[in-house]
Design a protein around this ligand. Sequence first.
Ligand code: GLY
Ligand code: MN
Length: 461
Amino acid sequence: MFPATVYSDRRKKLRDEVSGGLILFLGNQEVPFNYPANTYSFRQDSNFSYFFGLDHPDLAGVIDLDEGKDFIFGNDVDIDDIIWMGVQPTIRDQAAGVGVENTAPLSALNEKIRLALDKGRKVHYAPPYRGETMIWLSDLLRIHHLELKANSSETLIRAIIGMRMKKAPIEVAEIEKMVDVAWEMHTTGMKMAKAGVVEREIAGTIEGIALSKCGPVSFPVILSINGQTLHNHYHGNTLVEGRMLVIDAGCENDLHYSSDITRTVPVGGKFNDRQKGIYEVVLNANLTATRAVKPGVPFKEIHMLAATEIAKGLTALGIMKGDPAEAALKGAHTLFFPHGLGHPLGLDVHDLEGLGENLIGYDNEVQRSKEFGLAFLRFGRKLQEGFVMTIEPGIYFIPELIDIWKAENKLAEYINYDVVETYKDFGGIRIEDDVLVTADGYRVLGRPIPKTVAEIEELMR
Ligand code: GLY
Ligand code: MN
């Protein structure tokens, strides 16, 4: 945990931005695996972590804006708990560690909320995303679970976004440590990427590195020689020469700061001409987009810059044709790059996404597109110092999508469908880094993970 003042300062800042009533943060509960006694690994809610730091299930935090007091509600362990889980610090001691003086058993939370509601005080809360939390919140507030989202507090959501989006140096340091562990995960994965190896041998090894060095992986490992499927979690293929292996994986630490890195390498360690051709296009898009990162630049503009570079590169390879800038504006590149350039990263891998993608990523100046491809851009608004973003362009040859576009002759003035046909067995390539927006530009976080053709071939040799 950070020092107690970090959490009390955060709560104080939040108090300044939300006026009247109380703010309720429900921590996460244990989630049963396939029967109650064994559960999934406990993962605290990120907003609770940010403002109240404690990493145990069944806690609630309340910031009473009118009284100017913070509370933690939770139960001390009893002898049954001690038998199964061991001795735990008291709630009072835990709360003191995050600068909270007022504690009460969980049963008192009901009373606190009831009294507030009876007096017509506003209870601010963020939209819940887990069933257990929805039931708890629904009972506390006496609101039907389907109404919880609509009744959540936009004032609170906007205040949280404003605070959590801008990472303090201590937070950046935590993210950076996780990129360093990702360095080990990815370089190990690259070295293992030889013909005859089954994907799960690599997936299991790199997940083990995360578990042995910090916390769990920050999202289920994406690892496949079928990288044309963007989030491919099937790990049963045997690696064969001629295929590219996409590894999209990161990890998180005790504080839950995370990394999210993608590398794509040729099975066997040597790029053939066709692989090198497409790889260099994605790498150029990654580097060009990264260099464009600085405060004040809309991320949507950087996304379109990457899209134009991809259109340029694919035109040079004969896969696309016509004017690349015009092709990108018309969305022709989305046949090959159908997703957004990246997303905020922090306590969540898709940071803050549970609060609502449009509230995080868009504003009055930059609105979300409805067009195929651009609509998947999770974040479009202007960058600010302290934001941490992923930059993750890719090129994918998705046979089913190619068939649909070709049958419609869609944007045929920009796409050489005959040439595209010859790439249907290619798979996909994505290259992703975690990038901090600095006062005058950017910094790619963590120990550099091999990325150029020469660096990858050297490492895999
Ligand atoms: N790395 C997974 C994602 O960005 O969705
Ligand atoms: Mn990502």
